[in-house]
Design a protein. Structure first.
Length: 345
């Protein structure tokens, strides 16, 4: 983005924020240090400092890319952007550690849309979280904090006015089948995995709120520990064990494949901490199913990302990232078979 475009976005933010009622910022507003953050393959994140009568506040604008909006791009697993904002605001108001939302932004010409929230301290970078010596204390406590926080999410009730889809295992398998047919996938491994999972779908229980993408990169932490959970665009009502299984995927262990729970601990540490926080018993085989389905879901996401890149001829937001993610389809399938062949708590 050029300097002129930076200035234009800053002016649009000031205009939109100034017109929003009940903001906690008074006086003349000014946007400074506006910078695109190197996070997010599907959404843009812009951090900035807002100057106001009481001082300065560090904020973040989260918005869909303009070219994706213009193309009418839709994530088949995602929720509408405004619903994501309302959900995050509700969770913040109910004690979940997630950034406080200040306003929804939308201009008539479509140049600015998204929502503005507080900027959490710390980092979402997995490499830093897993290897930086200054984060050693954080690593020692992080898996317990993650278990406690996601248990809090799973027990959060939603008002009738806030509607998100229900997505159980059978429904998710149906969406993955649709994606495979849409992109004309012909892959024996995918077919075998689909059949294996379809024969092992656990009994349905009362659906609870599920994050849907609970992993490193979607949490923020500093040297002392967890500061919050971010990125709720895949949230839905479903099986809470989905979040635990997803957190254990091999792809999210990064430099520590020997520690299945997010590269931080063993599965038993995660499940034990979750049981203590939630007061519910966790059946390991139930989590195993969701870890295996999570691997197939990740393969489906890789397929969708590549399809998006291919359809737009690489010209949409994050084009190269989408192509690179698409190439990981075979890796995700390999992870599925690793879960099936050798799964230990």
């Amino acid at each position: 983005m050029t300097e002129a475009n930076h200035t234009s976005l800053a002016d649009q933010l000031v205009s939109a924020l100034s017109a929003t009622e009940n903001l906690p910022f008074r006086g003349q507003l000014g946007v400074h240090n506006l910078r695109r953050m190197p996070l997010g393959a599907s959404q843009e994140l812009w951090e900035f400092t807002l100057r106001h009568a009481e001082g300065e506040s560090d904020l973040v604008l989260r918005r869909p890319p303009a070219d994706a909006v213009a193309a009418g791009a839709v994530n088949p697993l995602g929720i509408p952007h405004e619903t994501e904002m309302l959900l995050q605001s509700h969770l913040s108001d109910n004690g979940v550690s997630t950034p406080r939302v200040h306003t929804w932004l939308s201009s008539t010409d479509g140049k600015v849309q998204g929502f503005v929230m507080d900027r959490l301290t710390g980092t979402a970078d997995p490499k830093t979280l897993l290897t930086d010596e200054s984060f050693a204390r954080c690593r020692a406590s992080l898996i317990g904090e993650l278990a406690r926080e996601i248990a809090k999410v799973h027990t959060t009730e939603l008002p009738d006015s806030l509607r998100v889809r229900t997505l159980d295992a059978a429904s998710l398998l149906g969406l993955l089948r649709q994606a495979a047919e849409l992109f004309r996938l012909r892959n024996p491994g995918f077919e075998w995995a689909f059949r294996w999972l379809s024969e092992r779908v656990p009994p349905s229980e009362s659906p609870r709120l599920v994050h849907g993408d609970f992993r490193l990169s979607n949490i923020m932490a500093d040297e002392q520990g967890l500061t919050g959970i971010i990125d709720w665009e895949l949230a839905h009502l479903g099986d809470p064990m989905e979040d635990l299984g997803w957190l254990c995927l091999r792809s999210w262990r990064f430099s520590r494949p020997d520690l299945p729970a997010a590269g931080l601990a063993h599965r038993g540490d995660l499940l034990g901490a979750y049981e203590e926080a939630s007061g519910t018993r966790v059946v390991p085989e139930h989590v195993q199913f969701w870890e295996a389905l999570g691997a197939l879901k990740w393969a489906g996401i890789c397929l969708i990302q590549y399809g998006s890149f291919f359809a737009a001829k690489g010209k949409t937001h994050g084009g190269i990232d989408k192509a690179a993610i698409g190439r990981r389809f075979d890796e995700a399938m390999g992870d599925f078979f690793a879960v099936v062949d050798d799964w230990k708590v």
